[in-house]
Ligand binder design. Structure first.
Ligand SMILES: *Cc1c(COP(=O)(O)O)cnc(C)c1O
Length: 463
């Protein structure tokens, strides 16, 4: 029998699926002994990745899955640029600095042109940096006062994203979680402040809960902390986790007070790759002014004869997403972002109204929040959110199900994030499938119900 692979050891002439490389097992866990043609390696990996979900149908994530071709072109053109090489790529550094200023201005920093901030890989890195800055400042003040510095704590809602739990564990800070209830799924400012003491490095407010999309009451937290200072002298900084909402609120609710307009807000993080509308991974950390960023944490490198301060956890990182962020700013401007955010919110409201018609679920997401729909399955249903999620998957929809935080862990919810790419038409298709699936599950005899459901509470890996 004619064997391309034997005649042609490099497989170069064989049709892709007629070659040995694609019809014999490949070693998966050690480096293959030989090489293989580029097009076959490509085909192998390309085919394997087809098993992944379709990003456009991934309604689980806040992270961008669609960008314009011109943005993709710039990304491809800068894939080989390391953003840390500031001497070699001064314009890339300049573009990053411009992005910091643009975002600082969007968040109403006083001196946006000389804003204190940096690009990060995502909000997680930004949160680690902001958390470190709070810890360092607290420590310096305690040392100056001759007080012990061995028991720092951080006050936050128990619905914080998992990266805050990483921060407190990696950097040895005691977490003080403010409990939620099924009725109040955001932080209670008074309850939060009741957990504050002289060892509190900061309080976190979430602009856009990962779980329900609600905006926590940042103004309320700020007022409560101001009152605390008046009462006790304790001056505790407020950090805003705006991973999602910091790119939404400025366009949908420009008058909402959540940012540097509140003197109590000392730092903000946001994810460029969420509603900044850039592919993963870019995030941003911003500080109100120089005094919030302890000098000890900043490393100075020489940049074109000038000083380029750096504050990051990683050294090398790709520059593409930073360039793509700048593309979005330039391309869309305030008008473009406003259009997109308002349309996404309108689609989310439309979707919410359709979901609300279902007798099986209760809407949990609220208007004037992130553009998402979050609903809990009613207690008397014979199925759970996990059952719906599994059934929706059969049609390709990726709709995550999870339980709320520890104090509301009997509540299982479904969440659909509305991003660019979700048209009205898609929303209609999604809801039609949702109604069909819940009707099917509702008609099951009780002993067959919940075939895949009922999971114990664990921190949902939602993003
Ligand atoms: C997504 C998210 C994070 C983590 O952000 P990454 O950019 O994925 O690192 C932190 N906080 C909130 C509220 C989030 O939604």
């Amino acid at each position: 029998m004619f064997n391309h692979a034997e005649n042609d050891p490099d497989d170069t002439l064989a049709p892709a699926y007629g070659s040995r490389s694609l019809s014999e097992p490949i070693p998966k866990y050690r480096l293959p002994e030989g090489d293989m043609p580029a097009r076959l390696a490509y085909q192998l990996i390309h085919d394997e990745l087809a098993l992944d979900g379709n990003p456009a149908l991934n309604l689980a994530t806040f992270v961008t899955t669609w960008m314009e071709p011109e943005a993709e072109k710039l990304i491809a053109e800068t894939l080989n640029v390391n953003s840390i090489d500031q001497d070699e790529y001064p314009q890339t550094t300049e573009i990053q600095n411009r992005c910091v200023s643009i975002i600082a201005d969007l968040f109403h920093a006083d001196d946006a042109e000389h804003a204190m901030g940096t690009a990060t890989v995502g909000s997680s890195e930004a949160i680690h940096l902001a958390g470190l800055a709070m810890k360092w400042r607290w420590k310096a003040a305690r040392e100056a006062a001759g007080q012990p510095t061995d028991k720092p704590n951080l006050v936050m809602s128990e619905t914080v994203q998992v990266c805050w739990e990483k921060f407190v564990r990696y950097f040895e800070v005691e977490p003080r979680f403010v409990p939620i209830t099924p009725e109040r799924t955001v932080i209670d400012p008074e309850l939060a402040v009741s957990l504050v003491d002289e060892n509190t490095i900061g309080v976190v407010g979430i602009l856009g809960s990962t779980y329900t999309g609600e905006f926590e009451d940042i103004k309320g937290l700020s007022d409560a902390l101001d009152a605390l200072q008046e009462r006790t002298g304790l001056d505790v900084p407020l950090h805003v986790d705006g991973a999602s909402g910091a790119f939404v609120a400025p366009f949908t609710q420009p008058d909402l007070l959540w940012d540097f307009r509140l003197p109590r807000v000392k730092s903000i993080n946001t994810s460029g790759h969420k509603y900044g509308l850039v592919y993963p991974g870019v995030g941003w950390a911003l500080w109100r002014d120089k005094s919030q960023l302890p000098e000890d944490l900043i490393f100075h490198t020489n940049y074109l004869g000038g000083d380029q301060p750096t504050f990051d956890l990683n050294f090398s990182r790709g520059a593409s997403q930073i360039v793509a962020q700048y593309y979005n700013f330039l391309r869309m401007g305030r008008a473009g972002y406003t259009d997109v955010m308002q349309r996404l919110s309108a689609t989310a409201d439309y979707l919410a109204a359709l979901v609300d018609e279902s007798p099986h679920v209760t809407l949990m997401s609220k208007p004037n929040a992130l553009p998402l729909v979050c609903a809990r399955v009613n207690d008397d249903e014979p199925f759970t959110a996990y059952d719906i999620s599994a059934k929706m998957k059969e049609r390709g929809w990726i709709v995550p199900a999870y339980t709320l935080a520890k104090d509301a862990d009997h509540v299982s919810v479904l969440r659909v994030v509305v991003r660019e790419g979700m048209s009205r038409d898609m929303a209609d298709l999604l809801v039609a499938d949702f109604h069909r699936v819940t009707a099917e599950l509702g008609a099951l005899p009780p002993e067959q119900a919940s075939p895949v459901g009922h999971q114990p509470h664990k921190r949902a890996k939602v993003c």
